[in-house]
Design a protein around this ligand. Structure first.
Ligand code: A3P
Length: 296
């Protein structure tokens, strides 16, 4: 079966100024009305910032590093993706959540202003992971090639333009990372950086342990570091998205677990593209001081 036989890539529709896949836009009301339990935990990210990695770390922390337990189902089944409405077997977040009892871990890519109000009213814990813009856009470019539900990425040069203008699915990276950053203290959001996680996973996983308030020994933390290494997660059928068939995720185009590095952007940006990007970045990020690193 060819991809085109099964589905068309979904176009983007504006919801409160944010471009979202048409399937999400069509179900927007039910997503925004989702009412979490105060014990539910939200993992929020801009796409390709390290969501799956954070999901695995959290699931392992909540199960005291029990690897077999965390292979009970694919990531997307264990930790529902709140707003997703894609063709089966991609599970719909709201459908899964109906069947699951709190406390649940829930994934979203929504910018902070579109996170259902119930998460804030109920003071749910929220973990946000941000990744430097250049690696993030490279990763998204490859993902949009292989994820056949997303709009066609087009050329790399055009893709960078769309990223800078906030025209990709889930909107502007700049607004996304800034939105959660500004609210992190007020709303008790644990704000993590992908580069910090790569540099010192023990330190970052201990931050998550502390935030979740779970009793997990330092030995188990060491084990979780191993279980959530890029290599281990790439080989783990429960984390590498191999359960999604080729007509939806064509991993022969680009694997979901692609590289998992900091600084891979240097192999993709030309010096000219990098300069244009940096100038625009300075303007868009001048009003915040998030300690992003483009290399470690
Ligand atoms: P690359 O495309 O740069 O390799 P998300 O889960 O938000 O979709 O993010 C996917 C990105 O995180 C991909 O980046 C993927 O390889 C990377 N990633 C996934 N698991 C990882 C891990 N355990 N360690 C480091 N990077 C990981």
């Amino acid at each position: 079966r060819r991809a085109g036989d099964a589905l068309k890539r979904f176009p983007l529709i504006n919801v409160q100024g944010i471009p979202l896949m048409s399937t999400i836009a069509a179900n927007w009301k039910s997503v925004s009305e989702f009412s979490p339990d105060p014990s539910d935990l939200l993992i929020a990210t801009y796409p390709k910032a390290g969501t799956t990695w954070a999901q695995e770390i959290v699931d392992l922390l909540l199960h005291n590093g029990d690897a077999e337990m965390c292979k009970r189902a694919p990531t997307a089944v264990r930790i529902p993706f709140l707003e997703i409405f894609s063709p089966p077997p991609i599970p719909s977040g709201l459908e899964l959540l109906k069947e699951m009892k709190p406390p649940r871990v829930i994934k979203t890519h929504m910018p902070i202003q579109l996170v259902p109000k119930g998460f804030w009213d109920n003071k749910c814990k929220v973990i946000y992971v941000a990744r430097n813009a250049k690696d993030n856009v490279v990763s998204y470019f490859y993902f949009d090639q292989m994820n056949l539900t997303h709009p066609e990425p087009g050329s790399w040069d055009g893709y960078i333009q769309k990223f800078m203008k906030g025209q990709l699915s889930w909107g502007s990276w700049y607004d996304h990372v800034k939105g959660y950053w500004r609210e992190r203290k007020e709303r008790n959001i644990l704000y993590l950086l992908y580069e910090d996680m790569k540099e010192n996973p023990v330190r970052e996983i201990k931050k998550i342990r502390q935030y979740l308030g779970v009793l997990v020994s330092d030995d188990v933390i060491e084990r979780i570091v191993q279980l959530t290494s890029f290599k281990t997660m790439k080989d783990n059928p429960m984390t590498n998205y191999s359960f999604i068939p080729k007509f939806l995720f064509d991993q022969s185009v680009s694997p979901f677990m692609r590289k998992g590095e900091v600084g891979d952007w240097v192999h993709h940006f030309t010096p000219a593209q990098s300069q244009v990007f940096d100038e625009d970045y300075a303007k868009q990020m001048k009003d915040v001081d998030i300690p992003f690193r483009f290399r470690i």
